[in-house]
Design a protein around this ligand. Structure first.
Ligand SMILES: Nc1ncnc2c1ncn2[C@@H]1O[C@H](COP(=O)(O)OP(=O)(O)O)[C@@H](O)[C@H]1O
Ligand SMILES: [Mg+2]
Length: 446
């Protein structure tokens, strides 16, 4: 049977088709198809031998510290040998910086091959000087051809490989341009085989497209073991590194950093940081506790409710799910009788954090209620709980951990779901269990 010689691939999701298409049927992107050469991967491949599970010995001691506690935490307790880690984020957010800083710890493993396809060795050197990194174990390779990188890696036998960035690397075996789906997949896969075979960690830096996907897209996320993603906005020095996928640790684990002249500095007490600029006696501000991975984080949620001058009122959600905000507005309207339908509503999580957990529902609802009634909530109170459609407050996981964090920061009173009451033991705090949003709002705005 004759094989197709070329395929058309969507550059935003990797969908392939034999014909050129104007619109991708998978991700609905327009004009995203380009021609890529089809390479048969099966030639000369060895088949694996089946092994009994009991015969396999897995060593647990294979983790290595990067020398940066917050990075180790997001990786699930250090980097695993033979693992492939993708670090994604907007340009200028600090991807090259964190890798260069972690090289200080990684150099203890041996030689670190730093492949720089974007910057000249002089530029990397300038950054290293600014970050005060002087290790002689770092070997810079200004190379963009995959074959060149692999041959250098074979020659010098590094113990860690860093690719900065995957979008600049291309394989001579594929005719499409660097940065295209085919190139990125081919290069990432070949590099992954190299890392697995040698049992060394491989860090891949990847840029993010306007739409927020790691360019050369989902295909790359499937190839790697761990995906770390930098969040944070340019105007704000805080950077959050989040594990979006991790085969060796919990997902959603975060590390918090502050960007300084001398590089990324770890933030030891993020809860304190997120609450540091909290206004007192201002309506529309509530403290809630979110669990990011294994770490509880106290965050301030702000809401502003004001009568709308538009036919369709404006709703804005920053850092929380837009649909979730709409749902909570509907619950407050229907169950407590707050007339929110003609109101513009803005909700924001302070500090540039994004939270997807339903446990912060009560925080959002409380902030909206506080702003609507123009009544400030006491600064010593926090609340959490998932809100159901009938207005009930549902229990959330790890209530004890959350309350413990609030106690540490000196909170005096907590309004939590009634079903969470028996799950913790804390002394220095007054905890009230409530059954529904109405009771919770009453307690917050007593
Ligand atoms: N003196 C400095 N020179 C250059 N960048 C600096 C300096 N001080 C702090 N920075 C920060 O470093 C960032 C660049 O980080 P970098 O790791 O190169 O980003 P990425 O690799 O993600 O594109 C800049 O956005 C800036 O915030
Ligand atoms: Mg960079």
């Amino acid at each position: 049977m004759p094989r197709p010689k070329s395929l058309f691939q969507c550059q935003s999701c990797g969908y392939s088709s034999l014909k050129w298409l104007g619109k991708c049927p998978d991700c609905n992107a327009w004009n995203s198809f380009t021609e890529e050469q089809h390479v048969s991967k099966l030639k000369g491949q060895k088949t694996a031998r089946p092994v009994a599970l009991s015969e396999i010995s897995a060593s647990t001691g294979g983790r290595h510290s990067t020398g940066i506690g917050e990075l180790d935490r997001t990786l699930g307790g250090g980097v695993v040998k033979g693992s492939v880690v993708l670090i994604g984020g907007d340009p200028g957010i600090g991807k090259s910086t964190i890798i260069l800083q972690s090289v200080r710890g990684l150099a203890k493993l041996g030689k670190v091959l730093y492949v720089s396809g974007e910057e000249s060795p002089e530029q990397v050197k300038m950054r290293a000087e600014r970050l005060q990194i002087t290790s002689g174990e770092i070997i810079l390779l200004p190379e963009t051809s995959l074959e060149g990188i692999i041959s250098v890696a074979r020659e010098i036998n590094p113990q860690v490989i860093v690719i900065d960035s995957i979008q600049t690397i291309f394989s001579l075996e594929i005719s499409s341009a660097p940065g295209s789906v085919g190139q990125i997949r081919e290069c990432a896969t070949k590099l992954m085989f190299l890392a697995k075979k040698r049992g060394i960690p491989l860090f891949i830096i990847g840029h993010v497209t306007k739409e927020g996907a790691i360019a050369g897209p989902k295909v790359l996320e499937h190839v790697v073991d761990t995906v770390l993603y930098f969040e944070g906005d340019k105007g704000n020095p805080f950077r959050i590194l989040r594990a979006v996928k991790n085969r060796f640790g919990p997902t959603n684990e975060i590390g918090v950093f502050e960007m300084m002249e001398s590089g990324l500095k770890e933030v030891d007490n993020p809860s304190q940081l997120f609450l540091s600029e909290r206004p007192t006696n201002v309506p529309g501000s509530v403290v809630t506790v979110s669990l990011e991975g294994t770490r509880p984080l106290l965050v301030e949620i702000q809401a502003l409710v004001s009568p709308s001058s538009l036919g369709v009122p404006r709703r804005t959600a920053l850092g929380v799910d837009y649909n979730r905000v709409n749902l909570l507005v509907a619950v407050l309207d229907k169950r407590i009788g707050m007339r929110l339908s003609g109101m513009d509503i803005y909700v924001n999580v302070v500090g540039g954090l994004s939270i997807g957990e339903p446990a912060i529902d009560m925080g959002i609802a409380g902030a909206i209620a506080s702003s609507f009634k123009n009544q400030a909530i006491d600064t010593g109170i926090f609340t959490f709980g998932e809100v159901g459609l009938s207005g009930e407050l549902r229990a959330v996981g790890q209530a004890g951990t959350r309350i413990g964090e609030a106690v540490k920061l000196g909170f005096k009173k907590g309004i939590v779901p009634a079903n969470n009451l028996n799950k913790f033991e804390e002394k220095d705090i007054e905890i009230t269990g409530v059954k529904n949003v109405e009771e919770a709002v009453e307690m917050l705005l007593f």
